[in-house]
Design a protein around this ligand. Structure first.
Ligand SMILES: N[C@@H](CCC(=O)N[C@@H](CS)C(=O)NCC(=O)O)C(=O)O
Length: 304
């Protein structure tokens, strides 16, 4: 698996850590924290969010689908939304929907800038800040006041503490998608807030250390020409997702996130299951690429 990611991205950290837990070695393609992304854009044709995973000529958008791939490869269904029990999936979903933005918006700007200054030039940082203001302006997510965000984060910490009363992971003796969904926010808070996120004696603090120990598995850098050769020399994998609704197969469609960073990708709908849509993009450079999108949180429009 190739992971297109960047260091400060919390969703990327969720996947890096899950790859560590699952013991899957991977190839790393580090992308800039904002478009343009020359190693990725030609394959994706629109979608801009990170991380994205690539296996040959198949591209998986959104961590919802990347975790499904990891669950399949490692034979650990509890790492995916579709393979986990309903209470685990609900908890993980509610963290993504309700807690992500309050944690991200609670970052200490000075700490974030200091971190960015280690990796990017000043004009790149200025561009990034401008980009994120634009993303914020077009976002469909509710805008919360600082006090409202604090209440949500406090409740999140309480929930973790309570779930860890009887087990070492949130839903038992092994980690599930819920642990990784919670951890990526705790990790981001640790990277970008001043002070410790959890109380020193809390169970959540020990859980955080336990999660961190999974590491990121063995990974090697892959460069642009290797990436493009991989895509061009592979055929998309055989389609098993063929449950089309209303004779949708073969339509030209556009798919975009419904919440924020809504840049869209267009292609021919070639696969559909309860969980995902798959579109084929014909490209001169790579031949056919299949781009996979989850249904939850995304909007599909049929082109004229
Ligand atoms: N629901 C998406 C959210 C991904 C997301 O919001 N990623 C952030 C980075 S952590 C992003 O793409 N920000 C805009 C960008 O990097 O261009 C997922 O699970 O993959």
């Amino acid at each position: 698996m190739i992971l297109h990611h960047y260091s400060i991205s919390p969703y990327s950290e969720k996947i890096r850590l899950m790859l560590g837990y699952a013991g899957i070695s991977w190839q790393s393609s580090v992308v800039p924290p904002m478009p343009p992304r020359p190693t990725l854009d030609p394959m994706l044709g629109g979608y801009r969010r990170i991380p994205v995973a690539q296996i040959g000529a198949d591209i998986f958008c959104d961590t919802q689908l990347i975790v499904s791939e990891i669950a399949r490869i490692s034979n650990k269904p509890e790492l995916s939304f579709s393979g986990a029990t309903a209470d685990v999936a609900d908890f993980a979903n509610s963290i993504n929907e309700n807690v992500f933005m309050p944690v991200v918006q609670g970052a200490n700007p000075r700490k974030v800038l200091r971190k960015l200054a280690f990796q990017y030039w000043p004009w790149q940082i200025a561009g990034l800040l401008k980009d994120r203001v634009m993303v914020g302006k077009t976002s469909q997510l509710p805008r919360l006041k600082s006090a409202e965000r604090q209440v949500i984060v406090k409740q999140f910490k309480k929930d973790l503490e309570q779930k860890l009363e009887n087990s070492i992971f949130l839903f038992g003796e092994n980690p599930t998608i819920a642990d990784f969904a919670a951890y990526h926010l705790v990790w981001f808070a640790g990277e970008t807030r001043s002070g410790k996120f959890f109380d020193r004696r809390s169970r959540a603090r020990q859980w955080e250390a336990r999660m961190k120990r999974f590491g990121h598995a063995r990974h090697t850098r892959i460069n642009k020409s290797q990436l493009f050769t991989t895509a061009a020399s592979s055929d998309p994998r055989e389609l098993t997702e063929l449950n089309f609704s209303d004779d949708m197969a073969g339509n030209i469609v556009t798919i975009e996130p419904s919440d924020y960073a809504q840049d869209a990708t267009t292609g021919k709908l070639v696969g559909e299951s309860d969980e995902r849509w798959i579109i084929a993009r014909e490209t001169d450079q790579f031949g056919v690429i299949h781009v996979h999108f989850p249904k939850t949180g995304y909007k599909l429009t049929v082109s004229e």
